[in-house]
Design a protein around this ligand. Structure first.
Ligand code: HSE
Length: 434
């Protein structure tokens, strides 16, 4: 008789309910794949009486996640509560301290406390598994930890937030406003409880922090990431990008360069030829540049109950098979400290859009400022549409630069602003040659 594997699930929202359903429906498949009989023994949710899309099993209800985490009959504690501190942190810490395996979808928790939690898991020889925390149903954690073990990874870039990609896609394909795109993403259940996490780039940064640690062997450090969101992107930017053969995407990028591991989250212009530019809607994608493979790209559903639950199922099955790897691929003690590479040192091409006063000399002055800072322009064009600012008629002007540094671009734009031809701070997107 094989030993049962007993599961406790904290959080029965969209993802938790799907995990319950999958565990109920696929019991036979799971025991076939893992050799263990997997059974839910305890659950915990804020509201016991809420209607849920599954038939409750003969499990015990617990009042708090902490009580469930230390219940004597729980082997795997599945944390689907969310939040970087509070009950999620307390319960996961307790579970690990009491020798329970932990499976979590909580990227915010891990981006902040990943290192200390990994140390606890390793001390207790239990798993801290988080496939569901990054890119929903896309198995990128396992790919980095196992499929690419032994490879040298030089760069990761990804569309890691379904909500942002959904909004940008809708703006481009249907001309939706930013606000309408966000409302739709919220209605469809893609967005975080506080959508600022999505549109401000923080959710992408949490996920990037985990990928960076796995790929480069650095301690998870979300504070090492330069973060910009998508709030300031206008339809005009998206149309200008399209006219130039680009799409605007919110990317998380981590790459090894002469300064260290540069980590950044920001709106990015990528050419239509790049695989990531074809990724539309709530879909996520991660491209990995590894020495022997050159480029690998994984594309799949990044948010939503079923896809995220499938990733939780993969972790549970792995643990049932006895696979208990180091959470961040190498022992937590050997992870090197993360280091913030200043964004000013970033090198690449830039898209700059500004509203320029429509009078003689404006164009020439801008071009001169760019030249004074050693910035070579690939193109400069005046777009249609005017805006009025302090009584002056302003027209949108778009510059595309050849590779330069962020510092030079910022300095040049400060000089342009000081010249007084420009009505507001320019919009800047970095161009990635994906
Ligand atoms: N709010 C997240 C997203 C959910 O939109 O991608 C998945 O982490």
């Amino acid at each position: 008789m094989v030993e049962k594997l007993r599961i406790g699930i904290a959080g029965l929202g969209t993802v938790g309910s799907e995990v319950v359903t999958m565990l109920q429906m696929r019991a036979g498949q799971l025991s076939g794949q893992s050799g263990r009989q997997i059974e839910i023994v305890g659950v915990c949710a804020r509201d016991r009486t809420r209607m849920r899309p599954f038939t409750p099993g003969p499990w015990t209800w617990y009042d708090t996640p902490e009580a469930l985490a230390v219940a004597p009959d729980v082997d795997i504690f599945v944390e689907l509560i969310g939040g970087e501190d509070g009950p999620a942190l307390n319960a996961v810490t307790l579970a690990l301290q009491h020798g329970r395996h932990v499976v979590t979808a909580n990227k915010a928790l891990l981006a902040r406390h990943g290192l200390e939690l990994a140390r606890l898991a390793e001390a207790g020889k239990v798993a801290l598994a988080f496939e569901a925390a990054v890119a929903g149903g896309v198995p990128v954690i396992k790919m980095l930890r196992e499929g690419l073990a032994g490879s040298q990874i030089n760069r990761i870039s990804g569309i890691l937030n379904g909500t942002c990609n959904y909004i940008l896609s809708k703006m481009e394909t249907e001309g939706l406003s930013f606000a309408d795109g966000l409302a739709e993403a919220q209605r469809l259940g893609y967005a975080e409880a506080d959508p600022t996490f999505d549109i401000g780039g923080f959710d992408t940064a949490h996920k990037l922090a985990l990928l960076t640690s796995l790929a480069f062997g650095t301690a998870v450090d979300r504070d090492a990431i330069h973060i910009e969101g998508i709030e300031s992107i206008t339809l005009a930017d998206i149309r200008a990008a399209a006219a130039l053969g680009f799409r605007v995407k919110l990317l998380g990028v981590a790459e090894r360069n002469e300064h260290g591991i540069e980590q950044r989250v920001h709106p990015t212009m990528i050419t239509h030829a790049a695989p990531l530019s074809q990724v539309m809607g709530v879909t996520n994608a991660v491209s990995i540049d590894a020495d022997a493979h050159q480029r690998l790209t994984l594309i799949g559903p990044g948010a939503g109950g079923k896809a995220t639950a499938a990733a939780v199922m993969a972790d549970i099955t792995d643990i049932a098979r006895g696979n208990v790897p180091h959470p961040f691929a190498v022992p937590a003690t050997s992870l090197t400290p993360g280091e913030r590479v200043p964004m000013q040192a970033h090198r690449g091409g830039y898209y700059i859009r500004m509203f320029v006063e429509d009078r003689p000399g404006a164009f020439a002055t801008i071009a001169t400022r760019m030249a004074e800072h050693g910035i070579s322009l690939e193109s400069i064009m005046q777009r249609s549409g005017t805006e009025h600012f302090l009584g002056a008629t302003c027209v949108p002007v778009v510059l595309i630069t050849h590779a330069t540094t962020e510092k030079l671009v910022r300095d040049a734009l400060d000089a342009v602003l000081a010249d007084g031809y420009v009505s507001e701070r320019p919009q800047i997107f970095r161009i990635e040659r994906e």
